[in-house]
Design a protein around this ligand. Structure first.
Ligand code: SF4
Length: 527
C-alpha cells in the first residue's frame, strides 16, 4: 500500500510481486533488463521468490512453464527480439491449460535505441492467440500486470504484457495495492491439458479458439468510447494515449475517441466508433496493427488514417509532436531550431575495453585474405563494425555469427570467422558449433570472454567463462585447436600468431580471448 516513484519496468516487477509472484526467469535485453534486476535485489533481501537469469529466452520461457505447471504464479521477461527465440514455447503454450498464472513481459524498442529491428510483439500475441495488455503509463503497468495473473489463471492461458522503451525507462508515481500471498505448490491435475499430442492438441486448439472470443468479449467490455465530433474519430493504443492527450486540447473539435489497452481487439467497439465518424485516425506505437485490422474488418465506412496511410510516421518512435499533422494541428511554435546541429554521439566501446585488443589481433591475422568472412553477433562487440575497428562484416541476431560462418565456409569463403561474446555463445551459438563440428566445417570461432553480459549492464554470464574450453572439447573440437589467450596488448604478437595458425587450419578451431569487462569490474568493486 502507498505510493512509489517507479520506472515502467519496476512497476511491472512490483505489480507481479504484489500479485503473489513466486518465480521469475529472464534473459537480459534492453529495455526489459531492469525487471529481473529488481527481482534479484528483492530476492537477495527477502529470499522469498526465485529470480534467475537463463541461458536464453527459450530456456527462460520453458522454466516459467514448469513453474506454472507446479501451480505457482510466474513471470518471464525479455526484449522483443527475445520473443523470436522463445516463439516455440510461447506459441505452443497458448494451447496448454495454464495452472499458476503465467505472464510474459515483452519490451519492444520502436526507434531501435538498442535493437536490430522494430518488431511489434502484439502481432506475435495475435498470431499465437495469446491475450495481451498494453499499459499506457506506469500506473497501468502496475495494475495491468496484477490483472494479467488473474486473467491467466481464470482462462488457463499465458498473458503477454507489452511495453515499449519510453515507458520501460521513464518514471512516475504509482499507487500500490496490497501484496497477495503466493499460490501453494499444486501441480496441474489435467495431464492431457499439458501433453500436446495430436489427439489432445486438436481439442485444446478448439478450446483456445473459443477462449479467445471470451477474452475478446472482456476487452469489449473494458473499451470505452468517449463521445465527440462526428467528423473525426481517434483510436489510441497503449502509450500513444499520452501523446494524443497532450495534443487533444488544441484540436478545433473534440474527436470521438476509443482507447485500446488490451487484446484481442474489441471489434464491436471499433465498428461502433467507425460508424459514428467520417474519418478515423489510428495512433499506435509499433506496427500499424489496429489500422490494418480496421481495413480488414470494415466493409465500408470512414476514411482511415494512420501509419499505413502515411499520416503518421511508419518508422521510429511516436512523439507528441510527430502525430500533430495527423490531428490537423500545426507544428508547435518555437520548437524548430535549425541553427543548432547536435553533435552525433554514436555508441562506442569503453576506453580499455578488452574487445579493442581482440579486434586488433584478429584484424592483423586476417590481413591478406580478400575472400574472408567475419561474422559477429549481438553484444558490446557489435561495435567492432564501426570505425576505427571495421573488424566485422555481419550482425543479424543472437547466435547467428557461428551459423553464418559455417554457411559462408560451406559456400567457399575462406577463412570463415565467427566472433561472439561468451554470453551470446551460451545463448544460441552453442548448437551451431555442434553443427560445425559434425560437418567438419573449415572455420574459426573467436569467443570474446569477458565473463559478463556487458551490453545490458554487466549481468553474470550463465556459466563462468573458464568452462568454455571444456564445452568446446565436449562439442568435439580437437583440443590441439582450442586456445585460451589473454586479450591484452602485451600478448598482441603471440595472439596474432595463434590466430594466423588457426585461420590456416582446415577444420573447426576455437580461440577464447579472456579479459574482464571494465564495467563489470567497476560494478563488482562497488558491490
Ligand atoms: S561494457 Fe564492458 S564489454 Fe562493453 S564496451 Fe564497456 S568494457 Fe567493453
Amino acid at each position: 500500500m502507498g505510493f512509489e516513484t517507479l520506472m515502467g519496468d519496476e512497476a511491472i516487477a512490483l505489480g507481479a510481486l504484489h500479485a503473489g509472484l513466486s518465480a521469475a526467469f529472464a534473459y537480459p535485453g534492453t529495455p526489459s533488463t531492469e525487471i529481473m534486476e529488481y527481482y534479484q535485489d528483492h530476492a537477495a533481501r527477502e529470499g522469498d521468490i526465485v529470480a534467475q537469469w537463463c541461458a536464453n529466452e527459450k530456456t527462460a520461457y520453458e522454466s516459467a512453464l514448469g513453474a506454472s505447471y507446479a501451480g505457482r504464479r510466474v513471470m518471464v521477461s525479455m526484449k522483443h527480439v527475445g520473443l523470436n527465440v522463445a516463439a516455440d514455447p510461447f506459441v505452443n503454450s497458448a494451447l496448454v491449460k495454464i495452472k499458476g498464472g503465467l505472464v510474459v513481459v515483452v519490451a519492444d524498442d520502436p526507434g531501435m535505441h538498442s535493437s536490430q529491428d522494430e518488431q511489434d510483439s502484439r502481432a506475435l500475441a495475435e498470431f499465437a492467440r495469446v491475450p495481451c495488455f498494453e499499459p499506457s503509463d506506469q500506473q497501468e503497468a502496475y495494475d495491468m500486470t496484477r490483472k494479467a495473473f488473474e486473467v491467466s489463471e481464470r482462462h488457463s492461458c499465458p498473458v503477454l504484457v507489452r511495453i515499449t522503451t519510453r515507458l520501460a525507462h521513464s518514471r512516475a508515481v504509482v499507487e500500490l495495492g496490497s501484496r497477495l500471498p503466493q499460490n501453494p505448490v499444486q501441480k496441474a491435475a489435467d495431464r492431457w491439458g499439458w501433453t500436446l499430442m495430436p489427439h489432445s492438441a486438436r481439442g485444446l486448439w478448439r478450446d483456445l479458439l473459443a477462449k479467445y472470443e471470451l477474452l475478446r468479449a472482456e476487452a469489449e467490455a473494458e473499451a470505452v468510447i468517449e463521445a465527440g465530433s462526428s467528423e473525426v474519430g481517434v483510436i489510441t493504443t497503449g502509450l500513444a494515449r499520452e501523446y494524443y492527450l497532450e495534443n487533444a486540447g488544441e484540436m478545433a473539435a473534440k474527436p470521438t475517441w476509443l482507447h485500446i489497452g488490451r487484446y484481442p481487439m474489441p471489434y464491436a467497439k471499433i465498428r461502433e466508433l467507425c460508424g459514428r465518424v467520417k474519418k478515423v485516425i489510428v495512433i499506435e506505437e509499433g506496427n500499424p496493427l489496429v489500422e490494418r485490422n480496421l481495413r480488414g474488418i470494415l466493409e465500408r465506412g470512414p476514411a482511415i488514417e494512420g501509419k499505413e496511410s502515411g499520416a503518421i510516421p511508419l518508422t521510429g518512435e511516436l512523439t507528441p509532436d510527430n502525430i500533430r499533422p495527423a490531428l490537423g494541428l500545426p507544428p508547435r511554435a518555437g520548437q524548430a531550431c535549425r541553427d543548432i546541429v547536435p553533435a552525433k554521439r554514436p555508441p562506442q566501446l569503453c576506453q580499455g575495453c578488452p574487445h579493442i585488443d581482440s579486434y586488433a589481433f584478429l584484424k592483423e591475422a586476417l590481413a591478406g585474405y580478400p575472400q574472408r568472412s567475419v561474422n559477429s553477433d549481438i553484444g558490446c562487440y557489435t561495435l567492432g563494425a564501426m570505425a576505427p575497428y571495421d573488424a566485422i562484416e555481419t550482425v543479424v541476431e543472437m547466435g547467428a555469427s557461428v551459423g553464418m560462418a559455417r554457411g559462408a565456409a560451406a559456400a567457399g569463403l575462406t577463412p570463415a570467422v565467427a566472433v561472439v561474446g561468451d554470453s551470446t555463445f551460451y545463448h544460441s551459438g552453442l548448437p551451431n558449433l555442434i553443427d560445425a563440428v559434425s560437418h567438419k566445417t573449415n572455420m574459426t570461432l573467436l569467443v570474446l570472454d569477458n565473463d559478463t553480459t556487458g551490453m545490458t549492464g554487466a549481468q553474470p554470464t550463465i556459466i563462468p567463462g573458464k568452462r568454455l574450453k571444456d564445452i568446446a572439447v565436449a562439442c568435439g573440437v580437437d583440443p590441439a585447436h582450442i586456445h585460451v589467450v589473454d586479450a591484452h596488448k602485451k600478448d598482441h604478437a603471440a595472439n596474432v600468431e595463434i590466430m594466423k595458425r588457426e585461420l590456416a587450419y582446415e577444420g573447426v578451431s576455437v580461440v577464447i580471448a579472456v579479459r574482464a569487462c571494465i564495467e563489470a569490474l567497476k560494478k563488482a568493486r562497488k558491490a
